[in-house]
Design a binder for this molecule. Structure first.
Ligand code: DCP
Ligand code: CA
Ligand code: CA
Length: 432
């Protein structure tokens, strides 16, 4: 058998499977996004009630809602107008005929010749999710709501309910409200911790509402396959299988030291999650900035166009790097120019697309510059300033670039180099 390999693997020897598994994967902590703030002082949540909800066949359900002709029909989203493209999701009618996420539309048509393949329209789905988040504020305080993915969120019901009966009643009220305002169904799981709430959602789909308690966790959760657990991917489950661990129940009953030996600290976490010992809380998004600005005063005033372009590019790159570090994109840019005699000129431009791309920001800044007073040998420029506004979270990174086909440059890798070696180390080629 081949050795599993990846740059994340380190050599490992000395157990029965050392021939099979010569390497151990070090899982980065972001593989467990929900435990950023795990409370180490308690072993298990008590008297806490978390709900998790996930839209059913999300993109496909939205398309069926918006076009009654598609209802009851096998529909997939992600195709181009013709037959090309990948199935991002499929309606339950299409799934019943064997269509699955990740297939090419051509492949899917072999199972389901009548498949209606639709293009993906990201902004529409994002708006639905935002409406859901707003609706939730009618039920619980804002700090009890966590958006987890494009169609999922967690809600801490604990400040409002005292027992599972009340939690289920509130959950059902939330589901009704979503149907009322959006005419869409979600499946919901309720439990005493976030991990079990998320697993509970999977128990009944579509339009389900499932409750997992300390008392019924063995019956409801323990028979589920281990990879259903957060962070357990194919490779991990393969290695768990070799240890005789197939279900979440097996994992809950496993030996802590064996898990630690095989997977390090991640092994302990997997076992804890399986046992219901997830003590994490709702993770709140930090408020995004409303604007970012940067000014630079030059020791030697400038007036030649080449020097001015260089200066504008430098400030633009700095701003873009700052945007990327905060995972933001800007919709509006402002450029200002101060002369030696303190005279001042400035301008704004609304960008056609929100961006944090060095080239686009530079080009837009140059468009503004063309309309400003020009420095000259007699009146040189002493300070340039740039501001970006109308900032939004950049969902491209989290959505795997599914919403557009624009290629993007490896900015994040370049930013790391710049942080380490300074601004001048590398620069994206920009046409002058
Ligand atoms: N999605 C995507 N690419 C993927 C997986 C999903 O673009 N590889 C999109 C399409 C889905 C949405 O994200 O509609 C939500 O993904 P889910 O995994 O929650 O799947 P669905 O909501 O489509 O179906 P389910 O009813 O199983 O939750
Ligand atoms: Ca979903
Ligand atoms: Ca989902």
């Amino acid at each position: 058998m081949k050795t599993i390999s990846s740059s994340f693997f380190i050599p490992r020897e000395g157990n029965d499977f050392s021939d099979l598994f010569k390497r151990v994967r070090i899982m980065p902590l972001y593989s467990f996004p929900h435990i950023k703030n795990m409370n180490c002082h308690i072993t298990e949540h008590r008297n806490r009630f978390f709900a998790h909800m996930d839209f059913d066949a999300f993109y496909a359900q939205v398309e069926q809602r918006d076009n009654p002709k598609l209802r009851g029909k096998p529909v997939s989203v992600g195709g181009m107008e013709g037959a090309k493209g990948i199935v991002m999701t499929a309606s339950y009618e299409a799934r019943a005929q064997g269509v699955a996420t990740g297939m090419s539309v051509l492949e899917a048509r072999k199972f389901c010749p009548d498949l209606i393949s639709l293009p993906c329209y990201g902004p529409k789905y994002e708006a639905v999710t935002l409406n859901l988040l707003n609706a939730l504020k009618e039920f619980v305080p804002e700090e009890c709501i966590e958006q987890y993915s494009v169609d999922e969120c967690f809600v801490d019901l604990s400040p409002i309910v005292k027992n599972y009966y009340q939690a289920a009643k509130l959950g059902s009220g939330i589901k009704n409200r979503i149907r009322e305002i959006e005419n869409l169904t979600v499946s919901m799981g309720i439990s005493y911790n976030k991990t079990f709430a998320k697993l509970a959602t999977k128990l009944k789909k579509p339009d389900g509402l499932s409750v997992v308690t300390q008392e019924n966790k063995e019956a409801k959760i323990y028979s589920m396959a281990a990879p259903k657990l957060w962070g357990v991917g194919k490779r991990i489950s393969f290695r768990l299988g070799a240890m005789g661990i197939i279900t979440i129940g097996d994992l809950a009953g496993s030996s802590q030291s064996a898990m630690k030996k095989e997977f390090g600290v991640n092994g302990i976490i997997f076992r804890k999650l399986a046992r219901g010992e997830d003590t994490s809380e709702i993770i709140l998004k930090t408020n995004p900035e409303k604007s970012l600005t940067h000014n630079h005063t030059m020791s030697e005033p400038i007036y030649k166009i080449d020097n001015i372009k260089k200066e504008i590019r430098r400030i633009g790159e700095y701003i873009c790097r700052k945007l990327r570090s905060k995972n933001l994109i800007a919709g509006n840019i402002h450029l200002s120019l101060r002369f030696e005699n303190l005279q001042y000129d400035s301008g704004n431009v609304k960008l056609t697309n929100h961006t944090n791309d060095d080239r686009e920001i530079f080009n837009s800044a140059m468009m503004i510059y063309q309309k400003l007073l020009k420095p000259s040998a007699k009146l040189k420029a002493r300070q340039f300033g740039m501001g970006v506004f109308d900032l939004h979270i950049d969902r491209k990174n989290t959505n795997l670039n599914l919403f557009d086909n624009n290629y993007s440059l490896p900015y994040l890798a370049l930013d790391k180099l710049k942080s380490k070696y300074g601004e001048e180390i590398i620069r994206i080629g920009i046409e002058n």
